[in-house]
Design a protein around this ligand. Structure first.
Ligand SMILES: Nc1ncnc2c1ncn2[C@@H]1O[C@H](COP(=O)(O)OP(=O)(O)O)[C@@H](O)[C@H]1O
Ligand SMILES: [Mg+2]
Length: 245
């Protein structure tokens, strides 16, 4: 049984099909890359799975159970966490408090939530900043904090929406290392990223959206040579890169 299964997921905004008939499975333990041009519907798909949008039609199943239209809280409780493309840290709270907000989901006692939060802060490298206000963090650390808060809910499945955008090369390397470590800890990961040098070596499988529709679902190697994908998305990046070699 797939960990996550989408069948015919469609999300319509007025006349716009932001997602159209998306059918997709994610197996336990996979790292799946989700790519596609701006406006392709990647964030909308995350929102449809994690309860922020209710799909217009279609079915979302997690561990065999239908979760379509569940609230974000309920989806999170069942074991799915996500980060946001536009960071949503609680600016007036400290770093530790932000992560405790996540940890309270499974640890109602403050001392247990605090212990869990401290463990996650160690893992994400934010421990030295635990008492700072979140609003004073750099963008890279705000992104780390978002990841930390998501991890504090102890997910089985984690969605990362451009978690590495805006990071410098060394921060990106740290983030890639973190994703690999999470994968080793049996967390299944779906990530949206635009940097192919990051996604290709990291993902076991790459799924491509274009104008709301899934146009390819394959190994990174085959995606890189898929004509339709090159035309819709990779084209300019890849042609430019090969010209310069
Ligand atoms: N809440 C919304 N209301 C209306 N249109 C939306 C909404 N959210 C997303 N869209 C539209 O859906 C399309 C897909 O957007 P999005 O999922 O953000 O794409 P991506 O993340 O791939 O860049 C875009 O045309 C966007 O303007
Ligand atoms: Mg997006």
């Amino acid at each position: 049984m797939a960990l996550l299964e989408l069948k015919g997921v469609t999300k319509q905004f007025g006349g716009l099909m932001a997602n159209y008939d998306v059918t997709l499975s994610v197996e336990e333990g996979e790292i799946v890359g989700l790519i596609g041009p701006n406006g392709a519907g990647k964030t909308t798909l995350f929102n449809c799975i994690t309860g922020y949008y209710k799909p217009t039609s279609g079915v979302v199943r997690f561990q065999g159970r239908e979760i379509t239209g569940w609230s974000p809280d309920r989806v999170c409780k069942t074991g799915i966490a996500r980060t946001f493309q536009i960071v949503r840290v609680l600016k007036e709270m400290t770093v530790l408090e932000n992560v405790m907000v996540g940890a309270f989901l499974r640890h109602p006692q403050a001392k247990d939530a605090r212990r869990k939060a401290l463990e996650i802060l160690e893992f994400t490298g934010l421990a030295p900043r635990q008492d700072q206000l979140a609003r004073n963090l750099t963008i890279a650390n705000k992104k780390r904090l978002e990841l930390a808060r998501a991890l504090a809910t102890e997910p089985r499945l984690l969605f990362l929406d451009e978690a590495m955008a805006g990071l410098n090369p060394s921060e990106t390397n740290d983030a890639v290392t973190m994703v690999r470590k999470l994968s080793e800890q049996q967390i299944t990961i779906v990530l949206v990223e635009h940097v192919m040098k990051v996604i290709m070596p990291l993902a076991h499988r790459v799924v491509v959206l274009d104008s709301g529709q899934l146009i390819a679902d394959d190994t990174p190697e085959r995606i890189a040579t898929n004509e339709r994908v090159i035309e819709a998305y990779l084209g300019e990046k890849y042609r430019a890169a090969s010209r310069s070699h």
